[in-house]
Ligand binder design. Sequence first.
Ligand SMILES: NC(=O)c1ccc[n+]([C@@H]2O[C@H](COP(=O)([O-])OP(=O)(O)OC[C@H]3O[C@@H](n4cnc5c(N)ncnc54)[C@H](O)[C@@H]3O)[C@@H](O)[C@H]2O)c1
Length: 318
Amino acid sequence: MNKRILIIGACGQIGTELTLKLREINGENAVVASDIREGNEELMSSGPFEFINAMDYNSILKIIEKYQINEVYLMAAMLSATGEKYPAKAWELNMTSLFNVLNLAKEGKIEKLFWPSSIAVFGPTTPKENTPQETIMEPSTVYGISKQAGERWCEYYFNKFGVDVRSIRYPGIISWKADPGGGTTDYAVEIYHNALLHGKYDSFLSKDTKLPMMYMDDAIDATIKIMDADASTIKVRSSYNLAAMSFTPEEIAIEIKKIVPKFEITYHSDFRQNIADSWPKSIDDSRAREDWGWKHNFNLEKMSKNMIESLHIRYDEM
Ligand SMILES: NC(=O)c1ccc[n+]([C@@H]2O[C@H](COP(=O)([O-])OP(=O)(O)OC[C@H]3O[C@@H](n4cnc5c(N)ncnc54)[C@H](O)[C@@H]3O)[C@@H](O)[C@H]2O)c1
């Protein structure tokens, strides 16, 4: 059966590029974008769009029936830094939206579901280097608690009800098409914009804060790959560790300086430092590589070149 895809939260940092890629692969009319707000021009003009509140089960169901959707990607969530400002809202959005789509799958309204988890499921007691797939998980942010609970529910729905839900623990995602939505790793996107626009950046994380990161192209590739994999190869039904690179603000600044020699960085940590300090520095993603053939393509050097070239073109066009 042909894929008929619905993306919820399609106008965010990841949803924008995921929608565009899925439309390129499956045809524009096979992929319905939805959000509570409109997206950028490229997204809105590339195929069907519907307003959907991820908290409202009936409005999701209506669109699923209207377009005969069989796969859903739930990208709507409140991220780590914003979640610390609005803990109750973050919990409500992140859990209600997940239950809505898990229940739609349980009731046979859709066949397959993608829901992203995060490295935020780990906490201060987790081993920090090469963090294993299965390890101590005591997240200290509301966002992390919601993602960990979400993972348990995904596995539960798979075991109890046979729901085909697939998930990845994304690291910090770096991209240039749509702005990031309030996460702790947003500095690694802002730094490129500021390098080009102002030649300097004041980092909200300290110079030696090492975190796992990934370029958007790799994140989209992994998302499509896990959804296309044969169900029998998906052996982890909570969420897979996924990795590409790890670096500090100082290391990314050195890489940017190679392309923008006048670039200067300063450091003034804010509340996001505590969140970053609770997360792993590097991730062991060997299970994703073994089970469904995950392979990353971008390292820090290749990503920096691509980001700066792409942003140059974008700013020249403005
Ligand atoms: N970006 C990252 O670095 C990163 C890292 C780890 C995990 N993730 C996860 O990936 C997913 C997508 O993240 P993102 O960075 O694109 O987030 P984002 O904040 O950029 O986008 C989220 C989108 O959801 C929409 N939204 C919010 N409330 C909604 C609602 N009630 N109904 C419908 N839409 C709603 C927003 O308008 C926004 O367009 C999230 O689950 C996030 O936790 C992201």
